[in-house]
Design a protein around this ligand. Structure first.
Ligand code: DX5
Ligand code: ZN
Length: 218
């Protein structure tokens, strides 16, 4: 885990007609990651894009590609995303009865492994996965759509996961995803999160560079 707060704009809120240019511009805003929201219309009630989009966008940026798989049976797609150039591959605990095995598979592909928890999922769902994960993604909205309102109840979950990680001496990133803006970003940072996803807050901002810096907290 880095001490620095990292900002991961979600391209779900970008202009899809100019996605390559949108991704290319992210480094000029000071962003750290490109967050790719992959939805299958099964695990979540929406469909976005798959590994071919990751592959197509890959040459447009040197930033870390952060693939958030909101799909049923994510193990089926791990290799495709690894081959398509994702650097971090995150699966949902609720979507995989063999999440531990899938995290190992992600690492065996040479990628960082993330485990995501829906707002209704207790932090204990990640308890036995922390040794096999590089990141825990705490959903602060119900996955499926950008532009939703932040659920403050997840702040306690972020605190609990950070407390566990510190107690166990684990070097783990905590990413928060959904409804992160200038106000809620501070709450997440104070609770112990160090990677902040922001879709609408960044892409709808008048000054995207300034917004990335506000979310980072400087
Ligand atoms: C929700 C996605 C989020 C979302 C973030 O299913 O995982 O990444 O697009 O968008 P905002 O920041 O607009 O809530
Ligand atoms: Zn996401």
């Amino acid at each position: 885990m880095t001490d620095r707060i990292l900002v991961a704009p979600s391209i779900l809120s970008a202009d899809f007609t100019r996605l390559g240019d949108e991704v290319e511009a992210l480094s000029s805003y000071g962003a750290d990651y490109v967050h790719l929201d992959v939805m299958d219309g099964n695990f979540v009630p929406n469909i976005t894009f798959g590994a071919p989009m990751c592959r197509a966008l890959r040459p447009r940026s040197d930033l870390v590609f952060d693939a958030h798989l909101m799909v049923a049976e994510p193990a089926k797609w791990v290799k495709d995303f690894a081959d398509a150039g994702a650097d971090i591959i995150t699966i949902h605990a609720e979507a995989d009865i063999h999440a531990h095995r899938t995290l190992q598979l992600i690492r065996a592909c040479g990628k960082k492994a993330g485990i995501a928890l829906n707002p209704a999922t207790h932090h204990s769902a990640a308890e036995y996965l922390l040794d096999s994960a590089d990141m825990v993604l705490v959903m602060s909205v119900n996955p499926g759509f950008g532009g939703q309102k932040f659920i403050p109840a997840v702040l306690k979950k972020i605190e609990a996961i950070r407390e566990t990680a510190v107690r166990r001496g684990l070097d783990i990133d905590i990413e928060v995803d959904g409804g992160v803006n200038a106000e809620t970003a501070k709450l997440c940072r104070d609770a112990g999160a160090n990677v902040l996803v922001a879709g609408n807050a960044v892409f709808k901002a008048a000054d995207r560079k300034e917004m990335v810096s506000i979310i980072r907290g400087n």
